[in-house]
Ligand binder design. Structure first.
Ligand code: ADP
Ligand code: ADP
Length: 219
């Protein structure tokens, strides 16, 4: 199964990605998580990505595409019959075209793009209240998805943090960039008849129920 998750910042991509990957046993590939991991370890890739991420800008296409192409050669992808869930990629029409080319080299096609629809005006509240575990990348929300102990990850006891780019000034920029650069992907996948829209405003477990309904019909 080869899935792409689309949606604006705060739509619930990471939250749903975790559930989908656990249920369908495919690797969760989040380009944002990979960049943050590289920033934490101060790698050359992390240093380059940081310049853009801190400002809420997209990392240049060539850098992201090269990174994803390499990630898709890892054992967890190969051992699941070239299976993956991409969370946060593609984000531009160029990246979507590059993904088609990468898949074609493997004689494979994307199974589905799942588009989480959430009105833009509620995203700010979602994103500014997001807290993350730096260790396992579990995502929490200060109101809708609180950890059992305030500020601490339920799974590994690590202190939660707020992403630098989740502060209000940067979020507005990221939403604008989503509208300009990423929204055109909806039409891109509509043209290929590969997109399913899901109402991302529902409770997270109901969003996941809808996704499962869709995925039970594909293979
Ligand atoms: P994305 O990866 O698309 O940016 P996340 O999955 O990180 O989004 O979710 C953004 C924030 O909103 C997180 O704090 C998360 O806990 C919360 N969230 C996710 N899905 C829902 C939902 N259906 N209802 C309310 N809050 C949600
Ligand atoms: P969100 O979950 O809120 O949508 P992500 O964690 O996916 O955010 O991405 C955080 C940041 O990482 C983006 O604002 C961008 O700077 C960078 N990034 C992640 N994925 C991509 C991508 N596919 N293309 C360009 N930049 C990306």
């Amino acid at each position: 199964m080869r899935i792409v998750l689309l949606g604006p910042p705060g739509a619930g991509k990471g939250t749903q990605a975790k559930r989908i990957c656990e249920t369908y046993n495919i690797p969760h590939i989040s380009t944002g998580d990979i960049f943050r991991e590289n920033m934490k370890n101060d790698t050359p890739l992390g240093q380059k990505a940081k310049e853009y991420m801190h400002k809420g800008l997209l990392v240049p296409d060539e850098l992201v595409v090269e990174m994803v192409e390499e990630r898709l050669t890892y054992e967890d992808v190969l051992s699941t019959g070239y299976g993956y869930l991409l969370d946060g990629f593609p984000r531009t029409v160029f990246q979507a075209g590059a993904l088609c080319d990468i898949n074609a080299k493997k004689d494979c096609e994307l199974t589905l793009a799942i588009n989480l629809e959430v009105p833009l005006d509620i995203l700010i509240e979602r994103v500014t209240n997001r807290r993350i575990c730096p260790k396992c990348h579990e995502t929490y929300h200060l109101k809708y998805n609180k950890p059992k102990i305030e500020g601490i990850c339920d799974f590994d006891g690590t202190a939660l943090y707020q992403r630098d780019d989740d502060k209000i000034e940067t979020v507005q920029k990221r939403i604008q960039i989503y509208q300009d650069e990423t929204m055109p992907l909806i039409e891109f996948y509509e043209d290929k008849q590969k997109i399913i829209n899901i109402n991302g405003l529902q409770h997270m477990s109901d969003v996941f129920k809808d996704i499962k309904k869709v995925l039970s019909g594909v293979n």
